[in-house]
Design a protein around this ligand. Structure first.
Ligand code: FRU
Length: 476
């Protein structure tokens, strides 16, 4: 366990906010967006993030910082980066990454000044206090064809004895792209070429937050697409400074998460975090004093040449009491019922099931509020129905969907992580739906697992530590 004190909510944030997550990372107060510069160093994980400490809205962007020895207990650290008046990051320290350059912890980030983006760096001895380079900006201008406002989010990595930087960009303000830079010392950078670019309009006008990393026997490139707020991945080969994609797909269905960033841990595991934006009107955000959460850490792997994503094993360490653990026949003898607002739910169904299955969450006793996750084998679709998630019309209540075709002989393996307003749904390691939901009623706590026809399933439901204990939330 961590030896540090638990995170104390800052005074800006009132206690008992029913929408505030327990086990997803949030800022102590104020605004959070992209995860930045993640690293495991000396055993400890450090996650930095885009942060406005002055209020729960985007603006005056700093780098916040939290660290953890076990990926379970997080400690808020001092602010890592703040805008410097008159500097190239005067109006914001935008997203970027971490690299250990000749033994020196180094952050690469984008400075934002009067509409101009340039690439900057900062170094540290302890990963807590950071000193900006006197040479900033280390890349002052974009190459030809890229506007100064379309040039951001450096991802720096070492390969073949050299440093490389993948940068998010738009070609002619029209086509999302990733630019490749190279350096021998991590300070002086030379532009090489466009590493990857959108080929179709639905692939976006601008690609933000590129993340290029080796995984298994492949390389993976992830990008966040503007407009549309979705994220895509490409699995391929990175050789001779060229990236050749072989497979591609969507990271989180229907734009539920953004700005995905990975770090390779000291034992070689690759973990990813993403930003889960608010889906409610600013008037609803302001009283709480906080905005934005990060996904749980996700462990990535390559299987059969494609990307697999599962919640990191440590997420299960947040489990408290077990509400249900057994094989049941859904759709017979009443629903499999439970209660809670902070839950870990696993549902496994043998291959061959042809009928829709539903997990209802956050339902009020009269059914006026509820959130429903459905897997429909015939439509080959995973759906998250938010149409009745909240009685408040100032919340986003459209449905999210994702294509998920099970192959012959493949069962359904669903994992739902509910943490107040955060809901992440993982299916078979290859589909992920992330969402935000804001029930208005204190008694919107009921849940059911059901099926349209009798279906044998293994159901495991846990209340997460700090959630409603089992004696109030057991089978009803
Ligand atoms: C993505 C993003 C990045 C930028 C940062 C600013 O959400 O727009 O491209 O660096 O947020 O906060």
């Amino acid at each position: 366990m961590d030896d540090s004190p638990a995170r104390a909510p800052a005074s800006l944030v009132p206690p008992h906010d029913p929408h505030r997550p327990l086990f997803h990372l949030t800022a102590p107060a104020g605004w959070l967006n992209d995860p930045n510069g993640i690293v495991q160093h000396g055993g400890r994980w450090h996650v930095y993030y885009q942060h406005n400490p002055h209020g729960p809205q985007w603006g005056g962007i700093h780098w916040g910082h939290a660290s953890s020895a076990d990926l379970v207990t997080w400690r808020d650290e001092p602010m890592a980066l703040a805008p410097t008046p008159g500097g190239p990051d005067e109006h914001g320290c935008f997203s970027g990454s971490f690299a250990l350059v000749n033994g020196t912890p180094t952050l690469y980030y984008t400075g934002w000044q009067g509409g101009v983006q340039s690439q900057c760096m900062a170094t540290s001895r302890d990963l807590v206090t950071w000193e900006k380079s006197p040479r900033n900006p280390v890349i002052p201008h974009p190459p030809e064809g890229v506007r100064p406002g379309d040039f951001r989010d450096p991802c720096v990595f070492r390969h073949g004895g050299r440093w490389y930087m993948a940068l998010g960009a738009s070609l002619d303000h029209d086509r999302g792209a990733v630019l490749l830079y190279r350096s021998d010392d991590g300070q002086g950078w030379t532009y090489r070429h466009v590493l990857s670019a959108a080929t179709r309009t639905e692939q976006g006008l601008m690609w933000e937050c590129p993340n290029l990393f080796p995984l298994g026997d492949r390389w993976v490139l992830t990008v966040s697409v503007v407009p549309g707020l979705g994220a895509r991945y490409f699995v391929g080969v990175f050789e001779d400074e060229r990236f050749v994609p072989e497979r591609e797909g969507i990271l989180d269905g229907d734009g539920g998460a953004f700005a995905h960033l990975t770090a390779t841990g000291e034992n070689g595991r690759v973990l990813q975090w993403a930003w889960l934006n608010e889906r409610r009107h600013q008037d609803l955000i302001d009283p709480g004093g906080w905005a934005g959460a990060l996904s749980v850490p996700r462990e990535l792997s390559i299987e059969g040449g494609d990307l697999r994503v599962y919640p990191a094993a440590e997420v299960a360490l947040h489990r408290g009491s077990c509400l249900i653990d057994g094989t049941v026949t859904l759709g017979e003898g009443g629903p499999c019922a439970f209660r809670g607002r902070h839950l870990d739910l696993c549902l496994r169904v043998e291959p061959g099931n042809e009928h829709p299955l539903h997990v209802t969450l956050l339902r009020s006793p009269d059914g006026a509020e509820e959130t429903v996750v459905t897997y429909d084998p015939e439509a080959r679709q995973l759906r998250l129905d938010r149409s009745r998630s909240s009685l408040d019309a100032r919340t986003v209540r459209d449905s999210q969907r994702l294509h998920l075709a099970l192959s012959r002989g493949e069962g359904l393996d669903l994992r739902l992580l509910l943490d107040a307003s955060v809901l992440e749904v993982y299916a078979n390691g290859r589909a992920c739906l992330s969402s935000r939901v804001y029930p208005t009623r204190a008694d919107s706590l009921l849940g059911y697992v059901t099926a349209d026809r009798p279906t044998r399933a293994h159901v495991e439901i846990w209340v997460m530590e700090g959630g409603i204990p089992a004696d109030q939330g057991g089978r009803s």
